[in-house]
Design a protein around this ligand. Structure first.
Ligand code: SF4
Ligand code: SF4
Length: 345
């Protein structure tokens, strides 16, 4: 039996006409923060030496079961990172057990194709994953990834994946880039700036993590007062998806670095139970963002000396900067983090 909206503690206090806290239908499992790349567009700070626990099979399956109980057949899981193929054996084990329990609902596995060095290896792994229930493979390719991953590996991944899985089960993000790749290392500094600006015009990135620090220089800024008018109520209340990392931290939507809760502190708590008991208006950080947006956090951070600068590309860049400041000051302990999301030691 699936869960009802009114099973959530916050929803149960609302009048029928007030906006409800939505069911989480889609869970992104961050199997690891480690990644062979260090893309400018990364919404955390993944890199080869990123730390933080990789996700255990037990935690992954618990979350998977939880979203299926929460949303029934509409419950979806995608396996991501960092780069999930770094822990390939673990990836297989999670799929094996999910298949054994007949959980269903796998949406996709994401990869940057770093491991696609040899035709035989790619075919062998994708065949194995197919047998374990892989539904769709998403291959990342863009100007940022290809600073770190040879484009030939992406081409090989796309070719073999299409042969093994069929075209409909391969998502290349972005196909227009794969058809006309731009390798910035070959360009002059001026051409590089133009190439980044062009890429950002075609596909907007989430201005969190490394992207907030390294990509925003290529974009036009809006005045702080204009940005400060934006609140996050509908986005946070209406988010249908969450990400969960190896420490069991839950991040709503793509708001990575704001910890809604941690389901593996002590015995693993069921995700559906967590959702039922979660009152967003009692969360010290998220409640501010719902009502006031990042400008509300700026009001708090001003007490510790934070001053917003003139312009930001969007509210998420402002949110990231003020949260990073508060994290460094050790405010909202346990509700902001981990350090890796803020590029801090
Ligand atoms: S964007 Fe993806 S591939 Fe690039 S560093 Fe982040 S996790 Fe790795
Ligand atoms: S401003 Fe902050 S809370 Fe709002 S959507 Fe962006 S990252 Fe999430």
């Amino acid at each position: 039996m699936t869960v009802n909206l009114n099973d959530n503690i916050y929803n149960s206090t609302l009048r029928p006409d007030e906006p409800k806290f939505k069911l989480w239908r889609n869970v992104g499992l961050i199997l690891t923060y480690r990644c062979p790349a260090r893309c400018k567009c990364c919404y955390v700070f993944s890199s080869p030496d990123a730390d933080g626990p990789d996700m255990s099979t037990e935690l992954a399956l618990s979350c998977w079961r939880g979203v299926r109980r929460l949303a029934g057949d509409a419950g979806r899981v995608h396996l991501t990172g960092g780069e999930p193929f770094i822990c390939y054996n673990q990836l297989c084990e999670i799929l094996r057990q999910a298949r054994h329990e007949n959980l269903g609902g796998l949406q996709k596995i994401e990869t940057n194709a770093y491991w696609c060095t040899d035709t035989g290896l790619v075919r062998e792994r994708l065949t194995e994953l197919d047998e374990l229930g892989l539904t769709k493979l998403q291959i990342s390719t863009d100007i940022y990834h290809q600073q770190h991953i040879p484009i030939e590996r992406v081409k090989l991944a796309a070719k073999i994946a299409t042969e093994v899985l069929g075209e409909d089960r391969v998502q290349v993000r972005w196909r227009d880039f794969l058809e006309n790749p731009v390798i910035v290392g070959d360009l002059s500094p001026d051409q590089q700036v133009q190439a980044y600006q062009h890429a950002l015009t075609r596909h907007r990135e989430r201005m969190q993590g490394r992207a907030a620090m390294e990509l925003t220089t290529y974009l036009t800024k809006k005045n702080y007062n204009e940005i400060a008018e934006n609140i996050c109520g509908s986005g946070l209340l209406g988010a249908a998806h969450v990400h969960i990392d190896g420490a069991g931290r839950i991040f709503i939507g793509t708001c990575i670095g704001i910890i809604a809760g941690q389901i593996s502190k002590g015995p693993i708590k069921d995700l559906d139970q967590f959702w039922k008991e979660f009152d967003i208006h009692n969360h010290p950080v998220l409640s501010i963002l719902v009502k006031l947006g990042p400008a509300g956090l700026v009001q708090v951070a001003r007490q510790a000396g934070f001053e917003p600068h003139y312009g930001y590309v969007d509210k998420c860049q402002l949110c990231f900067e003020v949260r990073r400041f508060l994290f460094e000051k050790k405010w909202y302990n346990g509700l902001l983090g981990p350090a890796l999301c803020y590029g801090l030691p």
